[in-house]
Design a protein around this ligand. Structure first.
Ligand SMILES: [Zn+2]
Ligand SMILES: [Zn+2]
Length: 389
């Protein structure tokens, strides 16, 4: 039996060093130039066939074992967030206003270490592992253009896996079949009224008042039109209008997001929202411009793989530390890969009781958990590929 735990442990310091090196050079969506160079250099050193510049900054590398078999894809996201780091860590961001606050540096480090170990034991497993490093997970999304560039072909990918750091207890692994993350969309609305004196509303069309009515009407979709057994979110995160207390402005701008786990509801958002916006604006004499940007599909794990993923997780952290997470309304564009190929997105618990959450300027975590993520990838590669001809 191969000692995956020892192998992941032996790689632990290297994994931490890689994570820190990447943490110093965070880059936002589709600007991951230094990150891409770092990742492709490392993969090249390990002797993998590397392709770069896929969907602008994406990197793909193929690791072939000594025996023919199927192909598992391990996906890591590369982008950081446009925010100032305030951790004070010695390896803090050297790029002003950009920070790895969502753990994508950790995701890349774990995938690179898995590539290193699997490359050393090529005779012990079957098939291929394709490492896919994608840009722009935080939006607008790098997975879809990478699929369009053909990353799921040559060789054809049979399984997909990936991992995200998670707020659950440190050293736990979250495994859930079915829906784990929601579909997410964005919309922007401009309401065009008629500006004028604050003392003479009857001569104006007040876009602020129209906007308030639109928001109220949109929230009724959630409460009155959607099956209460299908959770949805509709959030207006931005409402800008006006310059002074006594002027009715000419325009108001709103932006928001919709979330659902249900594909049928997901498909219906644009028409539902526009029908209401149109009706309210017309009834109040205003015009509107509505832009709906369809985001990521729901992230759905393959039910038939849950047993093998749970078994691997139990080997890594012990059965008592494997939990089934509640689905959350955040999204991740690994969902595009999981739409095409059966796979599994699992969570690595980092313990948030006393520390800053993901997307916080003080975000950090205990890097000792990284070797657990590496071990998960090793076991998944071995288990998913071993029975394949
Ligand atoms: Zn994030
Ligand atoms: Zn993330």
């Amino acid at each position: 039996m191969i000692d995956f735990k020892r192998m992941a442990q032996e790689e632990a310091q290297a994994t931490i060093d890689i994570r820190r090196a990447l943490h110093r050079i965070p880059e936002t969506a589709f600007c991951e130039e230094k990150t891409s160079a770092f990742v492709s250099d490392r993969l090249g050193t390990l002797g993998l066939k590397v392709e770069t510049g896929i969907a602008k900054t994406g990197v793909v590398a193929l690791l072939e074992s000594e025996k023919q078999g199927k192909t598992l894809m391990i996906r890591a996201d590369m982008d950081a967030l446009p925010m100032e780091e305030k951790t004070g860590l010695p390896f803090a961001s050297t790029h002003e206003g950009v920070m790895h606050a969502c753990g994508h540096d950790a995701h890349m480090a774990m995938a690179l270490s898995a590539a290193s170990v699997l490359g050393k034991i090529k005779g012990e497993w079957k098939g291929n592992v394709k490492f896919v490093f994608q840009p722009a997970e935080e939006g607008p999304g790098g997975a879809k253009p990478m699929i369009e560039a053909g990353v799921l072909e040559n060789p054809k990918v049979d399984f997909v896996t990936g991992c995200h750091l998670h707020d659950s207890a440190e050293g736990t692994i979250g495994v859930k079949p079915g829906c784990v993350l929601a579909a997410n969309d964005r919309f922007d609305l401009k309401i065009i009224g008629k500006g004028g004196h604050g003392a003479m509303p009857h001569l104006c069309v007040d876009p602020i008042d129209v906007g308030v009515q639109v928001i109220n009407a949109l929230q009724r979709v959630v409460g009155r039109q959607i099956n209460p057994l299908s959770p949805v979110v509709l959030t207006i995160g931005r409402f800008h209008a006006g310059t002074a207390f006594n002027i009715i402005p000419g325009e108001a701008e709103l932006s928001g997001t919709t979330r659902t786990f249900d594909r049928v509801i997901w498909d219906s958002w644009q028409a539902r929202l526009e029908r209401i916006i149109k009706g309210v604006c017309e009834s109040m004499g205003a015009w509107y411009e509505f832009k709906f940007l369809r985001g990521y599909p729901p992230t759905v794990n393959d039910e038939s793989l849950v047993e093998v993923v749970r078994r691997c997780a139990s080997e890594v952290v012990g059965q008592e530390n494997v939990f089934e997470p509640e689905p959350i309304m955040a999204g991740d564009d690994i969902s595009f890969f999981l739409e095409k190929v059966p796979g599994f997105f699992f969570f690595l618990g980092m313990g948030r009781e006393n520390s800053a959450p993901l997307h916080n300027s003080k975000f950090d975590f205990n890097e000792e958990i990284l070797s657990k993520g590496v071990e998960m990838y090793l076991r998944l590669a071995y288990e998913l590929l071993r029975d394949c001809a």
